[in-house]
Ligand binder design. Structure first.
Ligand code: 5RP
Length: 213
């Protein structure tokens, strides 16, 4: 993992921000560099839609208005990090437990720019344990369903998401068909969101300040 590459990626994403935009903002250490850079444009944008309390605090500290997605309508741009990225720009996200709001904003956005360092690039998703946000009462049920599918569920004990839910990290999956797994898991009652971004992958990936092919 390279903090310098994270900084370069976060800062490089600034060039995609148009005047007057409302910018979707993800969560994590890479996006934190983007938010710091966005502060310089604060007077040229309308504001941001935030994916977490953590990012909201940083945006507000910089005086950037934080807007409600219900009031903004569709967004032109979303910038977020990832835990893994495959050659098709499909992602694992949720290491920071913000996956549900991240997924909502990604879905609402025309262009999703993913900012990563080179350690996140993989050929096959799954070495990073797949985060799944669950309604607390469904933790065991979801765990059993994951085990049936060959995964090893590990409860991220002590972590409560911004939505008041829990996170299960699934180890041991080599994810050959991410969209099929995402669709399958989405059918299990009690799962709020799966940290696979395959149905809605990134449009552009920046590894440091370099565009991924
Ligand atoms: C948070 C996320 C982050 O984007 C992901 O964990 C990457 O974080 P970082 O930029 O700190 O490496 O999905 O839920």
């Amino acid at each position: 993992m390279s903090n310098n590459e994270k900084r370069l990626a976060g800062e490089a994403a600034i060039r995609y921000v148009d005047d007057g935009a409302i910018v979707g903002v993800g969560t994590g250490s890479t996006v934190a560099y983007f938010i710091d850079a966005l502060a310089d444009l604060r007077d040229r944008i309308q504001g941001a839609v935030s994916s977490s309390e953590q990012s909201t605090a940083q945006l507000k500290k910089h005086g950037i208005p934080v807007l409600d997605l219900n009031a903004t309508g569709p967004l032109s741009l979303y910038v977020d990090g990832a835990d893994e990225c495959d050659p098709y720009k499909r992602l694992i996200k949720g290491g920071g437990a913000a996956l549900t709001r991240e997924k909502i904003i990604a879905e609402a956005s025309e262009k999703f720019i993913c900012v990563i360092d080179s350690s996140k690039r993989v050929d096959l998703l799954g070495k990073f344990p797949l985060p799944i946000e669950v309604i607390p009462m469904a933790r065991s049920l979801v765990g059993r369903e994951i085990a049936k599918r060959g995964g090893q569920p590990v409860w991220r004990d002590g972590v409560v998401t911004d939505n008041g839910n829990w996170v299960i990290d699934v180890h041991g999956w080599q994810i050959a068909d991410p969209a099929a797994l995402e669709n399958d898991l989405n059918q299990i009652p009690g799962i709020v969101a799966v940290g696979l971004f395959a149905r809605r992958p990134a449009n552009i990936v920046l590894i440091g300040d370099q565009l991924m092919d």
